[in-house]
Design a protein. Structure first.
Length: 138
């Protein structure tokens, strides 16, 4: 995928910035945001150490056994792509996004992007999400 991106950059003269994120660090950020709003946001439902979120009629885990899920990491990543948040100030970050994921992460990515849009609002960012491969372990 990196070779393809470099080739497109060279052939088209389009400025594409590739970056990789640590899903764990990103998920921890969204988990903190969830914990601060869990009682005031009706999209969340807590059951013991699990937290579910409802977006568009779909319910999915965002915190399981007090740990953020993959959907949570994708939600925080989506927000970080759209906005740069530093010292409680928010700046525009990227203007579009191409995400490349293993096919097995489809549900987690879509749930995460839905969660981010629902929770943070106004994340209108043109995205192309590419899912490929047969397994997350290939």
């Amino acid at each position: 995928m990196n070779k393809l991106i470099r080739k497109i950059k060279k052939d088209s003269k389009v400025d594409i910035k590739s970056f990789y994120v640590s899903e764990k660090n990103m998920a921890d950020r969204f988990k903190r945001d969830i914990k601060s709003k869990i009682t005031s946001n009706p999209a969340f439902r807590q059951s013991n150490q699990d937290v579910f979120m409802e977006v568009g009629g779909e319910n999915f885990l965002v915190i399981k056994n007090n740990k953020p899920t993959c959907a949570t990491g994708n939600a925080a990543t989506c927000r970080a792509i759209r906005y740069l948040v530093t010292s409680n100030k928010i700046f525009d970050n990227y203007i579009s996004h191409i995400g490349v994921f293993p096919l097995c992460s489809l549900d987690n990515v879509l749930n995460g992007y839905g969660a981010a849009t629902s929770f943070y609002g106004n994340l209108n960012l043109p995205c192309l999400l590419v899912f490929w491969g047969k397994s997350c372990f290939e």
